[in-house]
Design a protein around this ligand. Structure first.
Ligand SMILES: *[C@@H]1O[C@H](CO)[C@@H](O)[C@H](O)[C@H]1NC(C)=O
Ligand SMILES: *[C@@H]1O[C@H](CO)[C@@H](O)[C@H](O)[C@H]1NC(C)=O
Ligand SMILES: *[C@@H]1O[C@H](CO)[C@@H](O)[C@H](O)[C@H]1NC(C)=O
Ligand SMILES: *[C@@H]1O[C@H](CO)[C@@H](O)[C@H](O)[C@H]1NC(C)=O
Ligand SMILES: *[C@@H]1O[C@H](CO)[C@@H](O)[C@H](O)[C@H]1NC(C)=O
Ligand SMILES: *[C@@H]1O[C@H](CO)[C@@H](O)[C@H](O)[C@H]1NC(C)=O
Ligand SMILES: *[C@@H]1O[C@H](CO)[C@@H](O)[C@H](O)[C@H]1NC(C)=O
Length: 333
């Protein structure tokens, strides 16, 4: 089980030494971002489950093309799990302003099938709610409804598929399993599942993928995991992503080290205007928090790295998306 990623790593090193064989990617020409994941990535849609999705839920993952295109991204205080625009919205500049947004009117269209509270599947961890759409079911929804609707409309060559998943998996496993559990085999199992789902998107003709690794969950206000556990998860993710690149040379696999970038931001927090990177404002979701943070004993929310015990503020998503956008530019070739 461990042999394949190690071989993949060697092959990837070989491939990257021959840039002419690397599949081109051009961020400037990007026309659409298709996103999967959890609450870090989900955006509210008018046809979504309130506080959880852009469209549908586990009781009904279906939609028609007309419904998908009539749907709108909602941007307001509850339009994401971050109190404001999140990384996919900042990266695409789609849905950032308050109000309703038609993704087709954005220069980079954002098609978001992430579900707040999602794990990869129900094999190792249960659904958070009976309406939760796991990554496995997000991909099924995309295969059955999303791709058929989008295929005539978007150019796959200029579409990036982004996956950011594992935050709930690592936390749920840490809470469920005894402390002496050997987690690495469980993370291996999760990545085998994730990449069999990625294969399904590949089979539809998508060739450009972005993988975000786990943020520094060990530094959040109520950590369930430590730095070495997060590092183990991320290295297993990286070896699977690298192996997928090797076994699918016609793809461009982009692996973004969100963990290092966010750790650096935490270390140099004052430079980004943060005042508080260890805790969160208790009144974070109050309707008047933006105009009256002092009522809750807080400075403005954008002086906090963390929005609540498990999520980063919209400001942190903006900082992250800024770095990511520059990196995608550098990776364009
Ligand atoms: C959505 O989240 C907001 C903020 O936490 C909360 O006030 C509201 O009650 C939630 N709505 C539903 C329908 O659960
Ligand atoms: C599922 O959701 C779609 C889109 O909102 C709707 O058109 C359809 O009627 C729903 N199906 C059921 C069985 O509720
Ligand atoms: C955000 O917009 C949605 C859709 O109109 C609405 O249901 C929700 O209550 C709004 N949230 C806030 C905080 O106004
Ligand atoms: C989903 O869970 C809720 C709350 O636990 C419950 O009331 C509801 O009956 C469940 N729905 C279905 C279809 O199982
Ligand atoms: C981190 O957590 C893992 C899993 O619970 C544990 O085995 C390990 O000893 C911890 N490491 C440190 C440095 O605390
Ligand atoms: C973990 O600890 C429990 C008791 O705390 C013990 O019964 C179990 O055998 C241990 N498991 C491993 C894999 O060491
Ligand atoms: C961070 O914010 C929390 C909540 O407002 C507060 O209790 C804590 O004292 C703050 N820490 C720092 C270093 O300002």
């Amino acid at each position: 089980m461990l042999v394949q990623p190690a071989v993949g790593l060697l092959l990837a090193t070989y491939v990257s030494a021959l840039p002419s064989r690397q599949k081109p990617f051009d961020f400037k020409k990007l026309k659409a971002l298709v996103a999967f994941g959890d609450s870090y990535t989900y955006v509210q849609g008018l046809l979504g489950h309130t506080n959880y999705t852009y469209i549908g839920d586990e009781f009904n993952i279906s939609f028609t093309p007309q419904e998908l295109f009539s749907n709108r991204i909602v941007q307001n205080q509850t339009g994401t799990a971050e109190g404001g625009p999140n990384w996919v919205e900042y990266l695409t500049n789609c849905g950032v302003e308050p109000g309703f947004h038609d993704p087709r009117k954005c220069k980079i269209e954002l098609w978001d099938f992430a579900f707040a509270g999602a794990d990869i599947s129900t094999t190792l961890t249960p659904l958070h709610h009976n309406f939760t759409v796991s990554l496995e079911r997000q991909i099924e929804q995309f295969v059955r409804y999303g791709n058929p609707a989008l295929s005539p409309h978007i150019t796959k060559k200029h579409t990036l598929v982004a996956l950011w998943i594992g935050i709930n998996d690592i936390n749920d496993l840490a809470k469920q399993q005894p402390k002496n559990t050997s987690f690495a085999p469980l993370y291996e199992n999760l990545q085998i599942q994730q990449f069999s789902l990625v294969q399904k998107i590949y089979d539809l003709g998508y060739r450009q993928f972005l993988f975000m690794n786990l943020p520094p969950l060990n530094r959040n206000p109520a950590p369930a995991v430590n730095a070495s556990t997060v590092a183990t998860f991320n290295s297993i993710l990286a070896s699977h992503a690298t192996a997928f690149q090797s076994s699918h040379p016609d793809t461009r696999i982009l692996q973004y080290d969100a963990n290092s970038v966010l750790n650096d931001v935490l270390d140099d927090y004052a430079q980004y205007g943060y005042k508080n990177v260890t805790s969160f404002c208790p009144g974070y979701n109050q309707p008047d928090i933006a105009i009256n943070p002092s009522k809750y004993g807080c400075t403005p929310l954008d002086t906090y790295f963390w929005y609540n015990s498990g999520h980063m503020t919209s400001k942190t998503h903006e900082v992250l998306a800024g770095f990511l956008g520059k990196w995608l530019g550098v990776k364009s070739q």
